[in-house]
Design a protein around this ligand. Structure first.
Ligand code: SAH
Length: 243
């Protein structure tokens, strides 16, 4: 059996899985044959985006399933990012980098200082970016990217341990707070919220704190709206994966 590191990865919709084979869509056939230049008989890795991988063999319009591959590349707990939409295409970069870093779910939100109101086609684009980044970074799952909602609506249904990143003030450092929480609590989910270019308003900070968010700092410098979620997730990864 080939080393899995050399093999291409492709996310396959659950409905394409038959008993011993995968029906490939015309787009996937084109991608495998003409972009990746695989031929009949070549192996690649099929991912269902929900945590499972299979070694498969390309056979014309199908891929024959050879065996399931067991992997554990995911962070030990689920991490949801609430990200106030940055200007322009900045959220593309957030989705790409945060998928690489291990996010489970990314919720774009419109906050009081959010400038853009995204076009509805953006969600499909973000989901495609997440899928490509998950294939590239060898994730087991493809993170869920939700449609944008007002920030205050995103506060209500959170059940995990929640952090609000605030650029100014004298709040505890996120890394210290999370590390201490991990060592004293049986955590299985964390939510981290980061604001837009103009920052959170005082009333947003107040509302978040009132619904159970812990305000935290990401350090002494002011990070851009695109950089902040990437830094927050990197710090969470350090707290969760480095002993
Ligand atoms: N214009 C604002 C800063 C906005 S930075 C000001 O001058 O105060 C965009 C977002 O990134 C912030 O809302 C916050 O969520 C996050 N952020 C940036 N730097 C941060 C830091 N040092 N600590 C915590 N959060 C930070």
């Amino acid at each position: 059996m080939k080393q899995t590191a050399q093999l291409q990865r492709l996310v396959i919709a659950p409905s394409q899985f038959q008993k011993e084979a995968i029906n490939l869509t015309p787009q996937q056939q084109h991608y495998l044959s003409h972009v990746l230049r695989l031929r009949s008989g070549d192996h690649f890795i099929a991912m269902d985006g929900l945590g499972h991988w299979w070694m498969v063999k390309l056979e014309n319009t199908e891929a024959q399933i050879l065996e399931q591959i067991s992997v554990q590349n995911e962070l030990p707990i689920s991490i949801t990012l609430i990200v106030a939409l940055p200007k322009g295409n900045g959220f593309d970069e957030v989705v790409r980098c945060c998928t690489e870093l291990g996010a489970t779910c990314i919720k774009p939100v419109l906050s009081d200082h959010t400038i853009p109101s995204p076009s509805p086609q953006k969600l499909g684009r973000w989901q495609r970016i997440a899928q490509e980044a998950a294939e590239q970074s060898e994730r087991q799952i493809v993170p869920t990217i939700l449609a944008p909602v007002p920030f205050r609506n995103s506060l209500a249904d959170e059940t995990s341990h929640r952090y609000l990143c605030v650029a100014r003030g004298t709040y505890p450092h996120f890394l210290n707070h999370l590390s201490a929480t991990i060592s004293t609590t049986d955590l299985n989910a964390v939510t981290i919220a980061t604001g837009p270019e103009g920052g959170w308003t005082d009333s947003e900070i107040e509302d978040a704190i009132n619904t159970g968010f812990q305000p935290v700092s990401l350090g002494r410098r002011i990070l851009r709206a695109v950089t902040a979620p990437i830094v927050a997730l990197s710090l969470a990864m350090a707290a969760l994966e480095c002993d």
